[in-house]
Structure formats: C-alpha cells, structure tokens
Design a binder for this molecule. Structure first.
Ligand code: DX5
Ligand code: ZN
Length: 216
C-alpha cells in the first residue's frame, strides 16, 4: 500500500478556507488533517466545531481530526457529528485510554492515539492491537512550522516492530516538521501517513508539493 498524505488545515488561509479545501480535494492528498487546540493541553487555541463543519461541507476526503485538548471524551460524539472520520486523542490527556478508544469506535470513527515527543512508544504495547492509528508528534504540539525532531526516526522503527509483533493494523502517522528533505527517510523507517502543514501551504504550488510528497 502506498503512503497517505494529510495536509494540515492549520496552515491554510482561513479567509480562503473553501479555496484551500478544494485545492486538497483536487490534489493527490488522501486526508484532511484537522488540528484542534484548547489552550490548556497546548499553549495555543486553533478552532472548533463551526470550522470543522464548514470544512466537512466541502471536503471530499476523510477528516483526520487531531485533538490537542484535555478530557477529549466529553466531545467524542460532537466531533463525530461535526464530520470527523478518524479521531485522535493524546496519550498524555487520557487516564483511561482504553475507554476513550472504545468510545471513539462506538461512535463509528477510526481511533488514533498521539504521542508527544518525550512519550515512549512502548507505553502503547497493551493497546496497540485496538487502535487504528498512532500519531507520532515530531514537534511539540501547539504550532505549525516547527523544526522536525530527529529522534522520531528511531521511534518510528520501534513502533513498526511493535505493530508487527502484536499483529496490529495501526498506521503510523508523523506530525510536525515533515518536509521534502525528510519524508523519504520517514517512509523507509515505516511511516504510513505524513502530515504536512507549512511544507504544503507555504510552497508556491501546494498541489505540486503534495504530489512530490506522494512520490517515493
Ligand atoms: C502541531 C500540529 C500539526 C501541525 C503540523 O501541533 O499537530 O499538525 O499543523 O504543521 P507543520 O507541518 O507545519 O509542522
Ligand atoms: Zn496535528
């Protein structure tokens, strides 16, 4: 299976959101990556349900919603109603992760777990068989356009081994600082999904940049 490209809406032009959504629709991207920040779990606030609904209205590809919020269980159904297809919660924000994952699946979404850069992939050993996606943060969450953390390569390799040994179907997603210089190495290490915000939206031709990220 070839890899998945998920441009991050956080770097889109919010005054021209429909234009940017349609650019992704007609590009070779696979998913929309939608970053939700609450100003508590991370030191930034992004946007909420009205914006997700507005994206969903025009999006022709799945919404991969990344929750950087505390107590995400409160809103599982509301995110489903707003249009999320994949819902990712942070390991660091979920004391009852197994329950959070089951809630997401019971609402009819795919379930993802995100790990901050300092969080070991081994902590997922007892839940990896139950999850659809692991989002490895390759920057500290909260902002687009940050520098890629090199230790991520080692984490991807460890996680890939664990997924194979536990017979899990989880996809490995890399989020933060993905660019045209590091994406191939990430794929070689075992990444399945590449999130890209700044690399796509700050480029002269975003659709062409998506196409490049699609090329092995
Ligand atoms: C960071 C977000 C990322 C961000 C990635 O907290 O989770 O999805 O949009 O942006 P880039 O690709 O610019 O690092
Ligand atoms: Zn994200």
């Amino acid at each position: 299976m070839s890899h998945i490209i998920a441009p991050s809406i956080l770097s889109a032009d919010f005054a021209n959101l429909q234009r940017d959504v349609e650019m992704i629709n007609s590009s070779s991207a696979d998913w929309f990556h939608v970053d939700i920040m609450d100003g508590v779990f991370v030191p930034n606030i992004s946007f909420g349900f009205p914006v997700i609904k507005a994206i969903k209205k025009h999006a022709k590809k799945p919404l991969d919603v990344h929750l950087m919020i505390v107590d995400p269980d409160r809103y599982t159904q509301t995110f489903k109603d707003a249009g999320a297809d994949i819902l990712t919660v942070h390991y660091e924000a979920c004391p009852h992760l197994h329950r959070s994952i089951q809630n997401i699946k019971n609402c009819g979404m795919q379930a993802g777990v995100a790990l901050n850069p300092h969080t070991s992939v081994h902590l997922l050993e007892d839940i990896i068989a139950d999850i659809d996606l692991v989002c490895l943060m390759s920057v500290n969450p909260g902002f687009g356009g940050q520098k890629f953390i090199e230790n991520t390569y080692a984490k991807v390799k460890q996680l890939k081994q664990m997924i194979i040994s536990k017979n899990s179907k989880a996809k490995i997603e890399i989020d933060g600082g993905v660019d045209l210089n590091n994406y191939k190495k990430l794929l070689e290490c075992g990444a399945d999904v590449l999130v890209a915000g700044n690399t796509v939206f700050a480029s002269k031709d975003p659709a062409a940049t998506i196409k490049q990220l699609n090329t092995i």
